[in-house]
Design a protein around this ligand. Structure first.
Ligand code: GDP
Ligand code: K
Ligand code: MG
Length: 293
């Protein structure tokens, strides 16, 4: 069989399970997952390699109406996902009725490339809900092939994957066959820390935070990491640190555990907090943190 390779982009509303699906395909926790919207800020490439195929999956932020510059950059990542794909995965969850952004929705229904519409989280529903969803989406996106899946439990995921392989063009691999992602190691450190902040802090705190890993030093048996947690205001700094440092300590312990699994090595993780006023609306800083090209 000839070698196949190509780009598959996952798009959809916030929280429908895009990152969970991406990780299910790749078999690694490349994308962080929480129950909060805007967990995914970047476009993240996950690579699935086989003897005669290479699938390049892009996880993207959920589609939202941007309220500040960081969110505008996030939506630029989504726009770019339409431009360079061979196959589009449009993920919806059971019970969902529409994509919040009409312009994006029109791009899907008018796409010139194959669209697979995946109804996710069917583990949460029943037969009647699924029948209803199938009827709704068949009508709304007639150009799509529809699958019912559970990204969390893996149900239906292999069927989607074999369909993707069928649809991919003949092409040599784009990346070395042992590569899993296009993001550097520091990116995954930042994300592991940000995931714990999304989980443990309330309200606006996670959205005001950016992580900057200043040092990543890999020794034979240990990786030494120093990362800065940036917030926008002095009060947020206090909240991040918590009473006698207890809150930041918890973030450090949990992130370290995840990173030890991810890198398969012992990790030494040092965390600092810094105030960096208004970074979410500052072009230069957004570029520095990888949000703009
Ligand atoms: P994203 O915002 O679209 O990337 O969604 P995430 O992958 O971050 O998932 C959002 C939430 O939905 C998380 O709490 C996931 O555990 C949950 N989730 C994702 N897929 C499924 C699924 O198939 N079934 C159920 N029950 N929950 C899921
Ligand atoms: K999420
Ligand atoms: Mg996500």
């Amino acid at each position: 069989m000839a070698h196949k390779a190509g780009f598959v982009n996952i798009i959809g509303n916030p929280n429908v399970g895009k990152s969970t699906l991406m990780n299910a395909f790749v078999g690694e926790r490349l994308s962080i997952i929480t129950s909060k919207a805007q967990t995914t800020r970047h476009r993240i490439l996950g690579i699935v390699n086989g003897e005669d195929f290479q699938v390049l999956l892009s996880d993207t932020p959920g589609i939202i109406k941007p309220a500040y510059q960081l969110q505008e950059s996030m939506m630029d990542f989504v726009k770019s996902a339409f431009e360079d794909a061979d196959v589009l995965l449009y993920l919806v969850e059971l019970g969902e009725k529409e994509l919040k952004d009409e312009a994006f929705f029109n791009k899907i229904t008018n796409a010139k490339i194959p669209v697979l519409l995946l109804i996710n989280k069917i583990d949460k529903g029943n037969e009647a809900l699924l029948t209803e969803a199938l009827a709704l989406w068949e009508k709304k996106v007639p150009n799509a092939k529809i699958f019912a899946i559970s990204a969390l439990e893996g149900f239906g995921v292999p069927e989607v994957f074999s369909t993707i392989i069928e649809l991919l063009p003949e092409s040599p691999a784009f990346y070395p066959k042992d590569q899993l992602t296009d993001k550097p190691e520091r990116f995954f450190v930042n994300e592991a820390i940000r995931e714990k902040i999304l989980i443990h802090y309330k309200k606006e705190i996670p959205y005001a935070v950016e992580i900057d890993t200043e040092e990543f030093f890999e020794d034979e048996n240990i990786i030494r990491i120093r990362s800065v947690i940036m917030v926008e205001r002095e009060t947020q700094k206090g909240i991040i640190i918590g009473h006698k440092g207890s809150a930041i300590k918890r973030v450090g312990i949990e992130a370290r555990k995840d990173l030890e699994k991810f890198f398969g090595k012992q990790i030494h993780l040092e965390l600092y907090v810094k105030v960096n006023k208004n970074w979410r609306n500052d072009d230069r800083q957004l570029r520095r943190f990888g949000y703009q090209n």
